[in-house]
Design a protein around this ligand. Structure first.
Ligand SMILES: [Zn+2]
Length: 274
């Protein structure tokens, strides 16, 4: 017969004069002070749960609670600047859920710093907990996401502004499909083609039309391609038997890309539509 496992107690939160005890999802007890929770939070203890002497079970892990409860005591709070995303994300959720105000602010700042590596998660967090300025910051990264994902993330009142925002990106894409030096003329020898299939360059002509078609294929994926211009203009991994790229074409590609990047900087901020 096995005896039930005794829950361990957090080494930091084991105050003898504690008047409320929480249990993490991985069975660690936290003995803390009700008055600290009253002063620093709005959602502790969770509504609807009786706290008269019994242990309050929470769904968060002990790692999360260990950090969270430090924010309700008068001590130097964790800076979270080296906290990995896997730890920070549940902490931020818990801070919002229980309205632990001192933790909410720092979590929000740290998650903003991680938006580039975790755009989906940060967008969900910003939308769910109503951080409009953070949504605006993540918006350009959300352009790279599938439209369906974005629709799932966004609250209903932001769907129409989002559609208008995407339209601005679509306009940029439309103008991006016209390279500054044209589609078909070679940079040398006045070589002209009448159609893609009929293109026959003189021996001295460069292969500009070839590179144009190559980039257009990649841009043709849609507005998401505007978020990965490195890939669009990457000429290091083309199919076999491509012609060697000439300096004139190289310059023209740089120029084309610069034109697109410039247009992207002109796109209004998402907040202008919201
Ligand atoms: Zn050329």
């Amino acid at each position: 017969m096995t005896t039930p496992k005794t829950p361990s107690v957090s080494s930091k939160f084991s105050f003898a004069d504690s008047d409320i005890t929480f249990k993490s999802s991985d069975s660690v007890l936290f003995h803390v002070h009700r008055k600290n929770l009253d002063v620093c939070t709005e959602g502790f203890p969770p509504a609807g749960i009786s706290t008269d002497g019994s242990i309050v079970e929470l769904t968060e892990t002990s790692d999360t609670l260990e950090l969270l409860f430090r924010f309700v005591y008068p001590e130097r709070h964790p800076g979270l600047d080296t906290t990995p995303f896997e730890v920070l994300a549940p902490l931020a959720e818990a801070a919002e859920k229980y309205q632990v105000f001192p933790a909410m602010n720092i979590c929000h700042i740290r998650l903003r710093d991680m938006a580039e590596e975790h755009p989906v998660e940060v967008a969900v967090y910003a939308s769910k907990h109503d951080y409009p300025s953070l949504i605006c910051e993540v918006a350009p990264m959300m352009i790279a996401m599938p439209a369906e994902t974005v629709m799932e993330i966004l609250p209903a009142h932001l769907v129409l502004p989002w559609t208008r925002y995407v339209e601005e990106w679509a306009n940029v894409l439309h103008s991006a499909l016209i390279p500054p030096e044209g589609w078909l003329a070679s940079h040398r020898d006045n070589a002209k083609a009448t159609a893609f299939g009929a293109y026959q360059a003189p021996a001295t002509a460069c292969s500009w039309p070839y590179y144009v078609i190559y980039c257009l294929q990649r841009l043709g994926v849609g507005v998401t391609s505007l978020c990965s211009l490195d890939d669009v203009f990457d000429m290091t991994t083309p199919p076999a038997n491509r012609p060697t790229i000439d300096d004139c074409c190289q310059r023209a590609l740089v120029n084309w890309r610069r034109q697109i990047e410039e247009a992207i900087t002109q796109i209004p901020k998402f907040s202008d539509f919201a």
